[in-house]
Design a protein around this ligand. Structure first.
Ligand SMILES: O=P(O)(O)OC[C@H]1O[C@H](OP(=O)(O)O)[C@H](O)[C@@H]1O
Length: 306
């Protein structure tokens, strides 16, 4: 399990990050691990796969893409280990291929919402949101982007580098400049870590602040999300857990040590209610948040539920 543990550690420390990327990395890690278990009997095989799946899923609690990818990868109906491995390999290859194709489809569908001359605000670093922005740019639309820094991990720096290298005019702002800057914005485009059955978006901390400022300024907010970012377990009434990360991401531990009366909170995500969202751009279409149940039922399957 050494190689799988290395991937799990990279997901936990965010060396591999982004809801889509962690899903693809986890699926590939489970596939490769399954191939090392040929000598086991089917019961031992299933036990090892379940343990490995748990190791991957336990790395980060919020992005549902991770448990969805692991569940879609590990399911098999074989009683023979060789066949089970073949099924897992084919599940993973299919998941990864679909995930890659989904980004292109989301780009094409979402770009329809972007007009020549638009200023787009985005938050954090979302491959799905950036796919929309790049596709609109590729279509010859004269667009520019306002990107938030996204404290504390500053994923906004990844975004501005990527957009810069693509030739897209981009302005970096600190997170607290969102409301002031919103009057210059035509459309907000963000990614998703999870979408619950009521259409609420769980995404990088600060997303709900963009949503509120957008609504106040009467600007639309669209969410770029593959169908595997919808959360089946919210159908059972479960809430999406918001990850709390360490204080060292926010403040130097030596400084904190000098301040015995201070504690630091570092929630990594927040919740944006459905009423702040104009559309969710998935690979199967541009949908209102009220269609979240249909996506879960038709594209993830209720058999994903325990
Ligand atoms: O899958 P893509 O669109 O790349 O990213 C989706 C979301 O994943 C990221 O989480 P983190 O930086 O891993 O905590 C951000 O919250 C981003 O909006």
């Amino acid at each position: 399990m050494d190689d799988l543990q290395i991937i799990a550690d990279k997901i936990r420390t965010m060396e591999i990050r982004g809801a889509g990327r962690i899903a693809v990395a986890a699926s590939a890690a489970l596939r490769d691990y399954a191939k090392t278990l040929r000598s086991l009997n089917i019961e031992e095989f299933n036990r090892n796969i379940d343990e490995a799946a748990k190791t991957l899923v336990d790395t980060r609690p919020t992005a549902v893409s991770l448990p969805n990818a692991v569940a879609l990868t590990k399911r098999h109906s074989s009683t023979n280990v060789y066949d089970a491995i073949d099924e897992i390999v084919s599940n993973s290859d299919e998941f990864i291929k679909n995930a890659e194709e989904a980004l292109g489809k989301i780009g094409r569908i979402g770009a329809e919402r972007i007009h020549d001359g638009d200023v787009i605000m985005t938050h954090c670093n979302s491959h799905a949101a950036i796919s929309i922005i790049k596709t609109a740019f590729d279509q010859g639309k004269n667009i520019s982007v306002i990107a938030t820094e996204s404290r504390p991990r500053r994923q906004g720096f990844i975004t501005i580098r990527e957009l810069n290298d693509y030739g897209i005019p981009t302005t970096l702002i600190v997170d607290s400049a969102v409301r002031l800057t919103m009057k210059e914005v035509d459309l907000v485009v963000v990614g998703a870590d999870s979408i619950s059955v009521n259409g609420a978006l769980i995404n990088k901390i600060g997303t709900s602040q963009l949503a509120m400022a957008a609504q106040e300024a009467r600007r639309n907010l669209i969410v770029a999300a593959e169908t595997y970012k919808f959360s089946p377990r919210t159908l059972l009434g479960e809430m999406v857990e918001i990850e709390d990360r360490g204080s060292e991401e926010v403040i130097d531990p030596e400084i904190l040590e000098e301040l015995p009366n201070v504690k630091v909170r570092n929630p990594a995500f927040d919740v944006t209610p459905a009423e702040y969202i104009d559309l969710i751009i998935t690979e199967v279409g541009a949908l209102p948040p009220a269609m979240a149940y249909t996506i879960i039922k038709d594209h993830l399957g209720l058999e994903m539920l325990p």
